[in-house]
Ligand binder design. Structure first.
Ligand code: MBD
Ligand code: FE
Length: 308
């Protein structure tokens, strides 16, 4: 076959026609993106001499991926979601915008509209015998002042690494809460220490990762959306130190500045003031929010989410 077969006039004409570039209808930006995507797929088929068997295997993979609703999981596992963060960081740096708590990926397991409480709540339903965790901190602005009326939306896995809603064996909104801060900017929750997540071993994401010689595990982590009037929305997570996957996260979400140390608490006075029965683990993490310059910056990006 001729070198650069993709550049044959017949192929170029086909790609233009199939991407709708010859049509007056449709969306310009969409057409250009689809055109580039088709060109890249065709070039890749050429460059790697992709066989017809391999091509239809890939098509069937997409069927499986969609059928099991793992496309967003794969986007995290292939680092594309982290790439979006790297791009936003670079855009912020280029604009010399001040930085607060680092952003990191949302992941595919958020559920909207968790119970909202003022200052404090308990997140677990008491059915998981995990270690009690007292998670607390302060939301501040870049000048160090506490931010009132910030909503700290928290979600994390149970001791099996599973998330309520996606794991139907858990109660509704288990380990999912929203806490609104008062004038002191503080939030606190009683919960259980989460375990790391592992991709479904027989799902299409793990199958692909197997082919790459990669595992599908995440360290123990806690997700946050933090938002407040006049401030930029923050999507982030903290990863717990001591986890063997801390710097080997299949979703690339661990970042400097987002590592929290679980601390054992034995002080009877602290145990008492928290209304707990005995020794437990505390995790302290403060957030710094940046001032927003437009209303859009104050809310999370639009994305299809459960219960929204
Ligand atoms: C998770 O819990 C998660 O946070 C991500 C990013 C991917 C899979 C499971
Ligand atoms: Fe997660």
């Amino acid at each position: 076959m001729t070198k650069n077969f993709i550049n044959q006039p017949e192929v170029q004409a086909l790609l233009r026609e199939s991407a709708g570039l010859n049509s007056a209808e449709g969306d310009e930006r969409f057409k250009n993106i689809i055109h580039r995507m088709l060109e890249n797929i065709c070039a890749l088929i050429d460059d790697f001499n992709v066989t017809e068997e391999e091509f239809w295997h890939a098509v069937n993979y997409l069927h499986e991926l969609g059928g099991s609703k793992e496309a967003a999981l794969l986007a995290a596992g292939l680092g594309i979601e982290h790439y979006l963060d790297l791009r936003q960081d670079a855009l912020d740096a280029a604009a010399e915008i001040e930085t607060g708590t680092p952003r990191t990926i949302e992941g595919p397991l958020y559920v909207a509209n968790a119970p909202l409480s003022q200052g404090h709540d308990r997140m677990d339903d008491g059915k998981d015998q995990g270690k009690t965790m007292w998670l607390f901190g302060t939301v501040r602005d870049t000048k160090g002042n506490p931010v009132a009326n910030a909503v700290v939306d928290i979600w994390h896995a149970n001791t099996l690494g599973n998330y309520s809603f996606f794991d139907q064996s858990q109660s509704e909104y288990n380990l999912r809460r929203r806490i609104k801060t008062g004038s002191d900017g503080r939030y606190s929750v009683q919960s259980i220490v989460p375990s790391g997540y592992g991709c479904p071993p027989n799902g299409p994401t793990q199958h692909l990762l197997n082919g790459l010689g990669r595992h599908g595990n995440r360290p123990a982590h806690i997700h946050f959306f933090v938002s407040a009037p006049g401030h930029k929305h923050l999507t982030s997570q903290i990863n717990l130190s001591g986890d063997k996957y801390l710097w080997d996260d299949f979703a690339f979400a661990t970042r400097d500045g987002l590592i929290a140390d679980p601390v054992e608490v034995n002080d009877t006075q602290i145990i008492k003031t928290r209304g707990l029965n005995g020794p437990h683990t505390e995790v302290n993490f403060d957030f710094t929010l940046c001032v927003s310059h437009s209303p859009e910056e104050e809310s999370r990006i639009t994305r299809l989410r459960a219960k929204e």
